[in-house]
Design a protein around this ligand. Structure first.
Ligand SMILES: Cc1ncc(C[n+]2csc(CCOP(=O)(O)OP(=O)(O)O)c2C)c(N)n1
Ligand SMILES: [Mg+2]
Length: 560
């Protein structure tokens, strides 16, 4: 005989899970003793809010490619916990959500407070989760908890990855699973088996022929290449054949942006070099990118020209190829597999020098990699000073997480990321407050690397309690707060009639000290690099509160 809670922990382990993020309540609290007994095999990370737990689980999934586990009580998973679930939904990060209906034996229909069964007088945890997950199952029988978790893992892991949820009817958590239930349970592994689709050889041959014939071919690289294999093969193929590489926002940093083939990130907040290179291309190979209006200038007719340019789109999800822009060829495959197959072909390497020269000319003409001149008031820095300090600071062993706001726009626009995979950015909903928990989860996944999180004072105010988890869990991250005493991005758009965007001043360095971190205040341009260098390798998390000129605004350039 085993109980549901014991079987749930065992099933998580069978699925290969080793870590979960939580702020417990009711049904989850009831399970914790089982996690206690498996402490040597399974790490339960305690956060200070479901929002932070959900972000950490999402980033864990994004960076490892395996579902991040989020556990919490129904009402909060559905509210503050929705932040990271929604980010996972939009950004295709694998995640398993384990939650409960928060009800008591036989009282599910009685309107007891917090109840989430969907009954009269109760809220409906399943209905809410359905709006932001790929899969929701509701376990009302003990054996359904185990099978439901197996299925949730399957759904979360298969393309397109994303969040899958198991809702446990709370009273079953402590019940026993019958020895031989009529709905038999089987070992987990067989449910998780899958064979990825392989690229069609005829399609690969067609693509190779079109690349070879192209004068100015370009790859648009997206989220689908953001894995170790994808990043390595992209650089190899593009550099060998002189194919320009532009990225989506989610794809930023998939290639060394100082490589001779890189033209930077597309879109309004991207680089002019990327946009003009896409416009100049005669052949466009889209790899694991949705071609969303966000980074194609809201379907700017100059950038992508179906019928005029030849366009091929490769995506692991057949629905995504030819979704936003009509294409000449849609291929269902892992983009890295297509690149591996292309790597064995000629691709017109004889034109390499000529192609590289074209890329170099366009990059130079659009000032790619050149920071615009800026000024800031005495005792303050401009965002461009932060970008230039990061540019000098980042080594291959550093990771950089971003948040939202003007501070992020400056980095995505003006910082050339040199180490593929180094940048961790919110690519789903892009909510403020994501960056700090994201930095914490990045450090947890990559304990041997130094992790810097750049965040605005607005984002920092939202989730700074993640630092308490960093102290407790031994995650010595560096947080750079671009403190401009307000919601810079909102202010930028207000054009003088400033309302609901100025903050009273906050000293984040002192707050950090109160949480057991180190706090440093920076108000000179040359001090930021020193502060980040000092923080690197420190035993405690460090918060660097940077005085940013409140009048510094986002990059004013026209990017098309
Ligand atoms: C949770 C959330 N609320 C609102 C927004 C809309 N928004 C985008 S940027 C921004 C201002 C960000 O301010 P801050 O974090 O201080 O960064 P700054 O722009 O000042 O660099 C707002 C309100 C958002 N992206 N996320
Ligand atoms: Mg701000």
């Amino acid at each position: 005989m085993t109980t549901v809670k014991r079987a749930v922990v065992q099933t998580l382990l069978d699925c290969g899970a080793t870590t979960a993020f939580t702020l417990p309540g009711l049904g989850i609290t009831w399970m914790l003793d089982e996690f206690y007994d498996r402490k040597d095999q399974f790490r339960v990370v305690l956060t200070r809010s479901e929002q932070i737990a959900s972000i950490m689980a999402q980033v864990y999934g994004k960076l490892t490619g395996r579902p991040g586990v989020l556990m919490g009580q129904g009402p909060w998973i559905n509210t503050t916990g929705g932040f990271g679930i929604l980010e996972a939904y939009f950004s295709g990060s694998p995640m398993v959500v384990l939650t409960d209906t928060s009800c008591y034996d036989g009282f599910g229909q009685h309107g007891v407070y917090q109840t989430m069964t969907g009954d009269y007088g109760a809220a409906d945890v399943r209905s809410v989760l359905r709006t932001m997950t790929k899969f929701v199952t509701y376990a009302t029988e003990p054996e359904e908890a185990v099978y439901g978790l197996q299925l949730a893992y399957k759904h979360a892991s298969l393309p397109r990855q994303g969040p899958a949820a198991v809702v446990l009817k709370t009273p079953i958590i402590r019940r026993e699973i019958p020895e031989a239930p009529r709905a038999r349970l089987y070992p987990t592994a067989g449910y998780l088996n899958s064979t990825p689709p392989r690229p069609d050889p005829a399609a690969v041959a067609t693509i190779a022929g079109w690349v070879a014939a192209a004068r100015a071919p370009i790859i648009v690289a997206g989220n689908g290449l953001q894995n170790e294999r994808g990043r390595a093969i992209l650089a190899r193929v593009a550099e060998r054949a002189g194919i320009a590489v532009a990225t989506s926002y989610n794809g930023k940093g998939v290639i060394d942006e100082t490589s001779p083939v890189s033209v930077g990130m597309l879109g309004t907040w991207g680089t002019k070099s990327a946009n003009t290179s896409l416009a100049a291309a005669d052949f466009v190979l889209v790899l694991g990118a949705s071609l969303g209006p966000d980074y194609t200038g809201f379907r700017n007719p100059q950038l992508m020209r179906p019928g005029d340019q030849r366009i091929v789109q490769v995506d692991i999800d057949p629905r995504n190829a030819g979704w936003v822009v009509p294409v000449d060829l849609a291929v269902t495959a892992d983009a890295a597999d297509v690149l591996a197959a292309l790597d064995e072909r000629d691709l017109g390497v004889a034109r390499r020098t000529e192609r590289l020269e074209g890329i170099r000319e366009r990059n130079a003409a659009s000032g790619f990699g050149v920071l615009p001149p800026t000024q800031s008031a005495p005792g303050t820095l401009h965002y461009s000073d932060i970008v230039s300090a990061l540019d000098r600071f980042l080594t291959p062993n550093d990771m950089l997480t971003l948040d939202a706001g003007t501070n992020r726009i400056w980095v995505t626009n003006a910082l050339r990321v040199r180490t593929p995979g180094q940048l961790v950015a919110p690519g789903g909903i892009g909510g403020m407050g994501w960056g700090l928990p994201a930095a914490a989860a990045t450090k947890l996944v990559h304990p041997g690397r130094n992790v810097v999180g750049l965040i605005g004072d607005g984002g920092m105010a939202m989730t700074m309690s993640a630092l308490m988890t960093c102290v407790q869990e031994g995650l010595p991250i560096t947080v750079v707060v671009a403190n401009n005493d307000g919601l810079g991005m909102v202010r930028d758009n207000q054009k003088g009639k400033t309302l609901a965007s100025d903050f009273s001043h906050v000293d984040f360095a002192r707050i950090a000290e109160g949480m057991g971190c180190r706090g440093i205040r920076v108000d000179r341009k040359d001090a930021l690099l020193d502060a980040m260098t000092e923080a690197r390798g420190g035993a405690r998390p460090t918060v660097i509160d940077v005085a940013v000129d409140p009048t510094a605004s986002h990059v004013p350039a026209s990017n098309y």
